[in-house]
Structures are given as C-alpha cells and as structure tokens.
Design a protein around this ligand. Structure first.
Ligand SMILES: [Zn+2]
Length: 463
C-alpha cells in the first residue's frame, strides 16, 4: 500500500528544546523525517504545504475539559462534535475528556457509554480520564481495569460535598495505594470544602449574593491548604498525582517544593487564571466568570506566568466547562452559590498563550510547546506517539501564522456559546493549518476535517 506523502516546507519548527528552520516529511499518518530546509527538494510529494514565515508546532493536547457534562441542573455547551471542531480551530489535535463514575456505580460502564457518545463524532483524537466519586472496593477493583483499558488517569474532588463528589482523605489514601500498585496517576481538584462551606453560609446569612462572593468564599487559603494536605498524603503513600487548575501564587511554591523533595506531584493551571482576575466578578456579565477555583488577583497571575516560564508549573489546560448563558442566568437566580460554574475556553488557549505569553516575553516558544503539548503527552501517557514532531510520531501539526492581529469575540471563535471570557482581546497571529494524523482538519483557518476522523488513543504511563 502506498501512503500519501506531504511536505511542510519553509517553516520554523518549534519543539520543547528549540526553534529551527526545517522541512517536515509526513508519510501517511506519521512523521517520517525532518530535514534542513530544501533537503528533500529532489523528492516528489503528493502535497506540499508552504509554511514560509510561519511556525510549525506539534499539535496541542488539552488534558482538562468537560464535554456533554451534566452539572448543577444543566449540561456543558460542547459535545464531541462541536467541541472537537472548536478545539481544532484552536490548534488542538488531541483532547482528554472525563468519564464520571455514576454514584455507587461502575466507572467502566460509564467509560463504555462515553466511548459510544464520542465514537464517530470527533474531528481529532481523544481519550478520557475517569472521575471517581467513591473509594469503594468495587471502585478500587476497577482502577486496574481502567488502566488496562488505556485510561491510566482519573480524578477526584476534595470539595462539592453537597453534590456527593467530595473524596475523604481515607478514600484518597486507598486510591493512592491502588495507583502506586498499578501504575496510574491521580488527578485532584484541591479546595478545602469545610472552609468554603462555612464562608458561604456566613456570606449568605449576611445577604451577600453578588458574584464577587464566589471568590470571597473560595479564598486562596482553601486551595493552598488542600494542596499541602494532598502532598502530605502523598508523603504517606507515594503515587503520581496531578493537581488540576492550580490558581494561586502559593501553589506554585508548594508544588515545586514537593517536587524538589522527590515527590511525583504535578501541577496544571488554566488559560483563564493566566489572563483574568477576580475584578471580572465585579464587572458586567460577572456571573459568567464564575469558575472553581475562582479567578484570583494580579499577583497570582504574575506568579503563574513565572512558574510556567521557570518550570514550576508544568501544563496549561482549558478546563472548558461553560454552560448555556440562559441556564447560567436561570439557575443562578442572582446568587453566586447557585450559578453553574465554568467557562468555555477550549479554542482560546493557544491564541492567549501566544499573545500574552510569547509576544509579551513571559514565555519562550519552546516552553509554549512544552506546557501545551510535550509535557501533557509525557504526563498522560501519550508520548512518544504524540507531543513532538519526530520520526515515528503521529503527524499532528499546527501551522501558526504569527503575522497580523484579530479581535477575539464569541462570534470570531467557533465555540458553541455566546459568551467568550476573552471578549475583545487583540490576538497576535492565527492558526493557519491543523493536521491530525496526516489529514487536514483546519486549512487556511477553515474547518475541512471530518467528524469521525478522530480516534480514541490508548494511553499508557511511563514507568
Ligand atoms: Zn474541570
């Protein structure tokens, strides 16, 4: 069988290790080889893509999003079709959604159901992480099955007790033991529930209902305390943990110190914690900016950027979880504690990180690739299949044109929502072409891929 050959010429290839001019030879679904500019001039290709003046990056991987997710009486705006289309517009070629254990039920059964939902509907490759609601003997038995099924990561919450999602320390310890034995990684949403619940009671009693009280009742201390406590649990039972959406300045220090002491503790932040502050909770549309953990202050934003630059923060996810704005208003009833939290951001990550990070000197190009692709691939068991442009890897490629500016709005994006957290932001450059396993998904900024091209990726963590 002859496979289609493509050459991407004239571009600047960006890897986690550097930036260099190179031509990229794609054969079928894989990268065949990279060469100096012009090195393959004598070869014939089925197709040649001129990337002169453009950046050639490994496709981005989003490790944190919620598609088709029921939450607080509504459901998130993105499904596997429109969500993966918006993701592709944002330069993403692989995403990892969540499969939630039904209360008291089987995670494996839910995983099968999620596969049914996603199968044949995605423009790009995908996987799942589990969400564990309990640490029952049945759940603990299912963890190795999950790992065997190519889903070696699973998350628990230390908050949301009222909706039955809080995992007690005893449960976390048991899950860590199973994780250590079978080679998985536990993702944890760290916020100390009792602090938050008590503060909410007090503010509501004082008649404080406005969106800013969402931030006041989920203070940085609640997050910092829980991160420290999780690390202390990992000191008891050592297994890899990945702290999702860290948002505070202190978290950067706490986690990097734990890692420096040899513990396998990893941390993620999200686009919105790098670009927005809690002032949004005082402005117009405040209740659409409610997310957990809440938006913080400029000192936190600055510390997260510094942590990304110096390696103390390892990845950036989107935590895409917006609900329809009509549902946000209807269910919120003018009370911060009733608003279904979460924002849509699956498409904005690369644009915001490039504009606010690279163009403002806060992030190097290699580091941009590392935190959005290479590190995610390594931590989530997608490497060496994904996360870099090297011979044998999947031909997942983003061609980014750094020239020109545009205004990000709900209308200029392709997300299934009329609210954009970054409305009106000036963006430098744009996603020109996105290739998933050798096939164009986005060409000249237009969606040309097919739902059903995307495949589930079997993930396996490195020992
Ligand atoms: Zn999330």
């Amino acid at each position: 069988m002859t496979m289609k050959t493509r050459l991407i010429t004239g571009g600047l290839v960006v890897s986690a290790y550097g930036v260099y001019p190179a031509d990229v030879w794609i054969e079928g679904e894989k990268i065949k080889v990279l060469g100096a500019p012009g090195a393959f001039a004598g070869q014939e290709f089925d197709e040649t893509l001129d990337a002169s003046g453009k950046l050639v990056l490994p496709g981005l991987i989003d490790p944190h999003l919620h598609f088709n997710s029921p939450f607080m009486g509504t459901i998130s705006v993105h499904d596997f079709k429109n969500g993966t289309a918006a993701a592709a517009h944002g330069g993403i070629t692989t995403l990892i959604d969540f499969s939630t254990q039904p209360k008291g039920g089987s995670l494996m059964a839910n995983l099968a159901q999620k596969e049914e939902e996603a199968g044949g509907r995605t423009y790009i490759d995908w996987s799942m992480s589990g969400i564990l609601l309990d640490a029952s003997p049945q759940t603990l038995e299912e963890i190795p099955q999950l790992i065997q099924a190519g889903v070696p990561t699973y998350k628990c919450f230390t908050t949301y007790k009222h909706s039955g999602r809080l995992m007690e320390d005893s449960g976390i310890l048991k899950i860590l033991e199973t994780t250590a034995r079978h080679g998985g990684m536990l993702m944890v949403h760290c916020e100390h529930d009792a602090i938050i619940e008590r503060l909410i009671e007090k503010e509501l009693a004082a008649g404080h209902y406005a969106p800013i009280y969402h931030a006041r009742t989920r203070p940085p201390e609640a997050e910092n305390l829980m991160i420290q406590r999780l690390i202390d649990l990992v000191r008891q039972v050592t297994a890899p943990v990945y702290i999702v959406h860290t948002s505070t300045a202190e978290s950067v220090q706490i986690v990097s110190q734990a890692r420096a002491s040899g513990l396998p503790v990893h941390n993620e932040t999200c686009t919105h914690y790098l670009a927005l502050t809690e002032e949004k909770l005082l402005g117009p549309q405040a209740q659409f900016f409610i997310c957990s953990p809440p938006l913080r202050q400029q000192r936190d934003v600055d510390a997260l950027w510094a942590g990304l630059a110096n390696g103390c923060v390892e990845t950036v996810g989107s935590d895409d979880a917006g609900v329809p704005t009509v549902d946000n208003l209807r269910l919120g009833q003018g009370r911060f504690d009733k608003v279904p939290s979460g924002m849509s951001g699956i498409e904005a990550r690369l644009s915001i990180l490039y504009t606010e990070g690279v163009c403002k000197g806060r992030l190097s190009l290699p580091r941009l690739v590392e935190i959005t692709s290479t590190n995610v691939a390594r931590l989530f068991g997608l490497y060496p299949q994904k996360g870099h442009l090297s011979p044998g890897a999947d031909a997942d490629v983003v061609v980014y044109n750094p020239q020109g500016t545009w205004t990000m709005t709900a209308k200029t994006l392709h997300m299934n929502t009329d609210f954009c957290p970054f409305e009106g932001w000036q963006i430098q450059g744009h996603v020109d072409t996105v290739i998933s396993r050798g096939a164009d998904v986005i060409r000249s900024g237009q969606l040309v891929g097919q739902p059903g091209h995307g495949q589930r990726v079997f993930r396996k963590l490195n020992a």
